[in-house]
Write a protein that binds this ligand. Structure first.
Ligand code: FES
Length: 102
């Protein structure tokens, strides 16, 4: 499994994602109450960047049509999105948050 550095854990603010691009993938990493979670940063409905949307209580709202996604599971919580986001494992190594594409 290949791990990619995102940012030092201490640099994260609650509900404010940090975004990295790995190849064609754009991944947003969030610091929630219970840990770090990584999801695809592109909405599954149409093309919109989710990290530009509002994030609160473990959910992110698409800025284009306001569908919400569960950051922990990637699940689409309401219309018009129906397809879950890809999720990725995270870890902290030497104080740095890392993500893997698996
Ligand atoms: S593009 Fe995200 S809900 Fe439509």
């Amino acid at each position: 499994m290949v791990w990619h550095d995102v940012a030092p854990a201490e640099d994260f603010e609650p509900d404010v994602p940090k975004v990295i691009e790995v190849g064609e993938e754009r991944i947003a990493v969030y610091h929630l109450d219970d840990g770090f979670y990584a999801i695809s940063d592109i909405c599954t409905h149409q093309y919109a960047i989710l990290s530009d949307g509002f994030c609160e209580h473990g959910k992110v709202e698409c800025p284009l049509h306001q569908a919400c996604f569960d950051i922990r599971t990637g699940r689409a919580l309401d219309e018009p999105a129906e397809i879950a986001l890809a999720t990725y494992p995270t870890r902290i190594e030497g104080g740095v948050v890392q993500v893997s594409l698996g």
